[in-house]
Design a protein around this ligand. Structure first.
Ligand code: GLA
Length: 400
């Protein structure tokens, strides 16, 4: 009797320890929005081991690492076939994943990988259905620090197949699948950032943190065009309260330096991700990065807004015609104010006049323009001249 009671107590203690260990692992990653680089937006399915190594090298040599970019994330298309034991092998583009992880770690960086809850990834490669624990363990053995888990084929494979006419039941299956991988990652004991990629279906901000999600996509995919990028910004409104240390809204990876975005648009894109406390995962061709793109991605003042310890996501306070005014509360009582000309046909022929009272501010505010690096004073009805798609981003350390 006594023996079984003490055995019970011991089992309880082990269980409590395990729960706490899981908790502390989950609590220690992504205390600020993850920063790094991901292969998809530029390389897509062409990415190879060599590109990942070259990108890691560049992150160090360009000063991006010093600016805070730490995760080097391999997106889709690294996967080969499963063997008879169910173990997933890499394909010929990634001959030695452990060697690659060691290489990235040797640079003082961390490494991320990609899978999904279905039979196949979005690119049609094997995903984790039925192999969740096995895959999580393999990631941990390789030294993986970050997993992006993409819904894709789980929709037809499981959700639509098992519950063809019950959308709520489909969503429950989806949540169960993310919970399964969340638990599998926790069971490895390795701190692994868990990134949910299911395009914002069924309000993941409400349930993802509880299953160990550190970030969750809020929308479909970004493309390197103004309209798509800013449409995503607009879809973040109202989600502010769900972001905080360890759990972030993810408006998708950065397209800074990609596609058709001009310099003003790149600046606005980067600034707004900082205002939104969004993960800063660069997605450009690092070995061929232009100096002006490097300057945007490594602007320490803007990064400091993104990485602010308080972890409060900014919000749109008002808009006036085609100009929007956003505010983000920062630690120590500081504020970031962004004024954005979102209009494609509002050119810089006449200034916009700022209404400080609507921002809760009174009288002239001394601050710093984070793109010129110069002091600026924001006064009531301050005329602000902005070209189409450009931004004024100001930090006020002592707002009144
Ligand atoms: C989905 C994701 C993208 C990328 C691709 C890879 O579209 O949303 O970010 O990971 O899959 O196939």
């Amino acid at each position: 009797m006594r023996i079984s009671a003490s055995l019970c107590l011991a089992a309880l203690a082990v269980a409590a320890f395990t729960v706490n260990a899981h908790k502390s692992v989950a609590q220690h990653v992504a205390q600020t929005p993850p920063m790094g680089w991901n292969s998809w937006n530029y390389f897509a399915e062409r990415v190879t081991d060599k590109d990942i190594r070259a990108s890691a090298d560049q992150i160090v040599s360009t000063g991006m690492k010093d600016a805070g970019y730490i995760y080097v994330n391999i997106d889709d298309t690294w996967e080969g076939e499963r063997d008879g034991t169910g173990l997933l092998h890499t394909n010929s583009k990634f001959p030695d994943m452990k060697g690659l992880a060691d290489y990235v770690h040797s640079k003082g960086l961390k490494i991320g990988i990609y899978s999904g809850p279905g039979t196949k990834t979005c690119g049609g490669f094997p995903a984790s259905l039925g192999h969740e624990e096995q895959d999580a363990k393999m990631y941990a053995d390789w030294g993986i620090d970050y997993l992006k888990y993409d819904l894709c084929s789980f929709i037809p494979d499981v959700m639509q197949k098992q519950s063809p006419s019950d959308e709520a039941a489909q969503m429950r299956l989806m949540i169960a699948a993310y919970t399964k991988m969340g638990n599998a990652l926790k069971a490895t004991g390795r701190p692994i950032v868990f990134s949910l990629c299911q395009y914002g279906w069924d309000s993941p901000w409400e349930w993802a943190p509880a299953l160990g999600g550190n970030l969750w996509r809020t929308t479909g995919d970004i493309t390197p065009e103004w309209d798509r990028m800013y449409a995503i910004v607009s879809q973040q409104e109202g989600l502010e309260k769900y972001a905080g240390p360890g759990h972030w809204n993810d408006p998708d990876m950065l397209e800074v330096g990609n596609g058709k975005l001009n310099l003003a648009e790149n600046r606005t894109h980067f600034s707004m991700w900082a205002m939104l406390a969004a993960p800063l995962l660069a997605g450009n061709d690092l070995p061929n990065m232009k100096p002006e793109i490097h300057d945007i991605l490594t602007n320490r003042d803007v990064i400091a807004i993104d990485q602010d310890q308080l972890g409060k996501q900014g919000a749109r306070i008002y808009s006036d015609g085609e100009v929007e005014v956003w505010r983000r509360n920062l630690s120590g009582g500081a504020l970031a104010i962004a004024v954005v000309n979102v209009g494609s046909d509002r050119v810089s022929t006449h200034p916009f006049h700022l209404d400080l009272a609507r921002l809760g501010l009174h009288g002239p505010q001394a601050g710093r323009d984070l793109w010129t690096g110069k002091p600026i004073t924001l006064a009531d009805h301050q005329p602000i001249e902005l070209a189409s798609h450009d931004i004024l981003l100001v930090r006020l350390d002592a707002p009144k």
